[in-house]
Design a protein around this ligand. Sequence first.
Ligand SMILES: C=C(O[C@@H]1C=C(C(=O)O)C=C[C@H]1O)C(=O)O
Length: 372
Amino acid sequence: MTDQSSSLDNNDQGVDLGALRDRIDTLDQQILDLISERAACAQQVAHVKLAEDPEAVFYRPEREAQVLKRIMALNKGPLAGEEMARLFREIMSACLALEKPVRAAYLGPEGTFTQQAALKHFGDSAVCKPLPAIDEVFREVEAGAANYGVVPVENSTEGVVNHTLDSFMDTSLRICGEVVLRIHHHLLVGSNTRRDKVSRIYSHSQSLAQCRKWLDAHYPHAERVAVSSNAEAARRVKSEWHTAAIAGDMAARLYGLERLEEKIEDMPDNSTRFLIIGNHDVPPSGEDKTSLVASMRNQPGALHDLLEPFHRHHVDMTRLESRPSRHGLWNYVFFIDFKGHQEEPRVQAALEEVRLRAADVRVLGSYPVGVL
Ligand SMILES: C=C(O[C@@H]1C=C(C(=O)O)C=C[C@H]1O)C(=O)O
């Protein structure tokens, strides 16, 4: 069929729009066939896995990280590497769901950044279920009702999420992955609220803190009300007049709110790190991180003694947090993240020495460094 406008749409080089669209149609058909062939291959992988082990986990975080990294490295543009990886993320998610969709529980409600992190990590074909509290996400995975859980662990502006660290003290679940999300906060209103009428602003306390300077400058007189989540803030605003919510894209879309101002966070690189928790160890992907929790007796130099083996074995620490012990047995509990996988000899050597020095050490997991 000829497009009537095509002869008028010819560009400067004389390339025919109709011909370009024909080319796109041909390419789409090739892409379609290739994606189908890929999906069939993934199905075969699933059959091989099942033949080896009837309880096999189809989802392989280390393999997915490798696939995405390879795509980014091979990509020649014009699409950005991250954009291309996002497309492949969805292809993998759909391929996996052919066999068995991943069931992931996340800290809800719907519309929160944690939901966005779950989608970013598992793709659209995963079945994601919101739960009202971090410890419920842990329990859901422990009980086997979900394959994985997604919980926030630290924010670049506000620091650590204590509930998540505390939940690791009494679980046998492992960390299977991480996702880092750039957090953009917007000022959202319902259709009945005008900019100059906003007298109350709802958000989660962390988000209010992350936008404090902006609020001081633009809405110094509006009442700031902390609620249980950004999505809850958005839900309230939907049915109220003269109120606004600070929340992200997911909540804005879910509740159909208008963005009065975009990206109002004080720190432009505001980001939150989320952990994927599951009940299996993840083999090395080539670029991994390990998290552990260690308890120390309260004695002079205890922390130095704990960290020294990492330094000597050239293990690069990326995070150190301390939390009060909840069991009274130990005085301090330290959460340590470092680069490397627990199967690497260098890491094993460091861990062996740390085990001799600490009252208790538990590796929470080795997992691929977040790709997207
Ligand atoms: C196909 C596999 O299984 C799943 C699907 C993947 C894919 O579509 O590329 C990658 C890893 C697994 O989550 C595999 O393990 O290779």
